[in-house]
Each structure stands twice: as structure tokens, then as C-alpha cells.
Ligand binder design. Sequence first.
Ligand SMILES: [Zn+2]
Length: 380
Amino acid sequence: MLNDERILATFLELVRIHGPSGRERAVADYVKTKLSEINPGIEISEDSAGIATGGDCGNIIARVPACGRDVPPLLFAAHMDTVPLSEPVRPAVENGIVRSAGATILGADDRSGVTVLLEGVRALREMELQHGPLELVFTVSEETELAGAKNLDFDSLKSTEGYVFDNSEPFRIVCGAPSKNAVTFKVLGRGGHAAAAQKAINPIVIAARGIAAMPVGAPYEDTTCSVGVIRAGTAVNVIPDVAEVFCEVRSHSEDRLREITKKVVSSVTDAISEAEQPESGGGEPPARVDVEVRRCYSSYRVREDEPALARARAAMKTLGLEPVTHVGQGAQDANVFNLHGVRSVALGAGAYRPHSEDEYLKVEELVQGVELFVALTQIA
Ligand SMILES: [Zn+2]
């Protein structure tokens, strides 16, 4: 039997620890201390991701030695960081739901996952269950485009099968996520006084025409395109020199990702070539645009017959849960693990509405997450 109260207590301790992306040191120290209390045989190391990402802490890798079973290792992961918080979290528990009492997020994304890994290994030990070797990975800077996982020391890992606890329902298996390109435009026009607007080349107008021509929304069922930020101008009577536009494209298909990214780029480059470019008299160059396309992460899709998905299904069934597979439109560390050959799915432990002040945790599902961790280690 699992100790529900202690699982909740661990979660409450974890959400109280301040640890936004790049500042996970206190969370990492908590994790290390807990793990060595639970089982002094766990070998704990920290990689150099903190240096690569400019953070105060690296990814924590904990190796739990096998206990009575000679089987290949399994990887379990959760991220230690949260999105930025406006104030310290004061968790409040009512009717089996944990919310943040203040005007800030709760951070159940992903302290619920961290709780599952810690209480999962504790449960294995207390229940004296046999299991194979486990590799636990606590990443940093997941919320900043998976920066911690991207800098994880994969050579030190032996697992080829992984489970990332960073989702909601404990019966849901996230078996796919898209690739993402970030597209940034710097439209360089010719600024001036609004009273001499005919001599200027207004970069805001060019950017706006470009955006209007973009295939925003869902140009394909598995592809989305969006504009997130526009930066330009200082005052209404001043025409700026520069307008910046930040867009993104996500897709489960590399072909469609390429196609839509190309369309986004040409929307703005066409707007430049179609723009009226009055002679300045001073010989200033015509308007132009600097474009940067950056790959943020790559998609994954775990098939039905792969061990990670098969084991997740089997484990859920032993708990009486009816598994539901889901292909998401967001990314998790699983994107990076899959890219590096650790075939991984994402699983949930009761965290809902992440990144919002309405975020909450279902205690019952947090406990089910721990049960799921244990069950995954018990499937032959
Ligand atoms: Zn998360």
C-alpha cells in the first residue's frame, strides 16, 4: 500500500521550493537529499547542463541499482524547473485538490512528476519489490525549450526505454509530439517624422502585410502556425526604423513543417518586394528583412508495438486504468530523449492547466502516478 499522505507531503514541500528555469539548485539539493535517504545505494550525479544553459544547476541523474531482477534498465524523467513565479507558492489543499492560494501558478508542472519519481523509488524499497536497474533523470530548464534535456549527457545513460512524467491524466499516454521552428523577422525600413510619412518606409506596415499573408492557424490537421510577439515603435508621431515579428510553426510532418515555414518566410519577403520604396534623396538603402529560422525541437512518434507504449498500456491495466493514447501539439523532454534513442512516452500524475493561475493538482491522480511508476517496473 502506498502512503498517500506522505506522497502529498512531498509534493507540497516541492512546490514551496522556488525553482524557475535556470534556478533549480534548491530543488536539485532536495532531490539529492531525498534520494540518498530513501536508498543510500542510489548513485547520484549532476551533469554540466547548468554551464551550457547558464543556469545554477545541471541535470540530476540517479542510478537505482537492480533489486533481484536481471532486466534492461528503464529511464524515468521529470523536470525540476517551473515557469517564472510572481511570488512564493502557498499551496492550499481542499477536497483532494491542491491549488495555489496566492496570485501565482502552483508549479504542479512538473513537481508532480518529481514527486512520482521520488515516491516511486521509495515505494519500491518499502514494499520490497524486485525490479531491474532504473535511471532517474531530473532535468533543468525544460520550460525554456527543453534546454536541460538538450544538454543531457546521453552517453552516460544505458536505457533505451523511457517514461517522462509531465502530463495530466494517469491513463493518458502521450506517444507523439511535433517538431517546432521559430521564425524571427527583423524588418528594417526607413523611419522618420509622421508628418513626412511619404518619405518613410514604415516597417510596421510591411510587417503587418507580411503577417496578414501568413498561413496562421492550423493550415493542416497536424500543423499549426502562429505569431506571438510584435515589437516596434515608440510614439504615434514617429515612424520607426525597425519592426520585429516572432512566429512559430509546429508540425508532426517534416515536409509540412518545411512547407509552412517557407510560406511564413515568403509572406514577409514578398511584402518587402511589394512595398513602395520612395527615394530618400540621401541615398539610404531600401527596406529589407533579416530572417532567422531556428529548429527548437524535433517531433517523435512511438508506435503501438514499441516497448515503451506496450509497457505503459500493460501497467495501466494492472491498475484498472483504461489507457488512452494521445498525440500532443506541445513538446516535452520526451522529444529530446526520443531523438537520442531513448524511446519514450509522456505520462501524467494529476497536474492540470499548467502555466496558469488556475493550475491545480488532483491528489488521487498524483498517487496513481506513483502507482503507475511502480507498476511499470513490475511488468515483465
Ligand atoms: Zn512540464
